[in-house]
Ligand binder design. Structure first.
Ligand SMILES: C[S@@+](CC[C@H](N)C(=O)[O-])C[C@H]1O[C@@H](n2cnc3c(N)ncnc32)[C@H](O)[C@@H]1O
Length: 201
């Protein structure tokens, strides 16, 4: 069994982006439909796109009026995202979620929504889920999109960027959230998790 703890480096992701593997069409109409079923965009909501890549989903969210911060540890991805346009409500930065100090903007209870598209299997997700819950305001939401494999390390060795979770790992992500909604998008599963509205829950 391959270890999921093996980390793909920023250089490896830079190479992936240089080869032009990430394209905008990764955001499908089906995903947008599901997203809008479970998340109500309201202008000015504060959103973090974790491992935002070239910003495909960040740009979509920004068009809906969200106040967006996209962070990724691949400088090439962030440069590419920048080139597509930034403004007062759409910003990007280079940040390593496993190694970097927490950016000052990520204060406890400061975010309405956190987006994790195809990122959790690449980071220390157990630690991240604790951080995410702290950064969300009461009632805030976490959106996770992840590929599901029948066994750990199911992705082909030559395609490490297709890393995903097992069904068991997806189930574990849902523990402790006030509301959990789930649907399938092809081989990916989408989770919409809500933090309790009351601090006492
Ligand atoms: C499969 S891509 C997904 C990109 C984007 N979320 C999307 O859905 O198109 C995974 C991304 O996670 C980023 N990444 C992996 N480990 C990271 C870490 N420790 N901190 C920040 N970004 C990371 C990579 O650079 C890459 O852009």
């Amino acid at each position: 069994m391959k270890s999921l703890l093996h980390r793909l480096s920023p250089d490896q992701w830079d190479a992936w982006y240089s080869e032009g593997r990430a394209v905008d069409r990764l955001v499908t109409d089906a995903e947008v439909d599901r997203f809008l079923q479970h998340v109500n965009p309201h202008a000015g909501a504060s959103v973090l796109d974790v491992g935002c890549g070239i910003g495909s989903f960040s740009r979509q969210l920004s068009r809906w009026g969200y106040d967006l911060l996209g962070l990724d540890f691949s400088p090439i991805a962030i440069r590419t995202a920048h080139r597509q346009g930034v403004n007062g409500r759409l910003r990007y930065g280079v940040h390593d979620f496993d190694a970097g100090a927490i950016p000052p903007r990520l204060q406890p209870g400061s975010l309405d929504l956190i987006v994790c598209r195809n990122i959790l299997p690449f980071i220390d997700h157990t630690r991240f889920m604790v951080d995410a819950r702290r950064w969300l305001r009461p009632g805030g939401q976490l959106y996770v999109l992840v590929r599901v494999w029948s066994e750990r390390g199911g992705e082909p060795a030559e395609r490490p960027w297709q890393r995903g979770f097992t069904e068991e790992q997806v189930q574990a992500l849902q523990n402790g959230w006030a509301e959990q909604n789930r649907c399938w998008l092809g081989r990916h599963t989408a989770l919409f998790l809500s933090k309790p509205r009351s601090r006492t829950l």
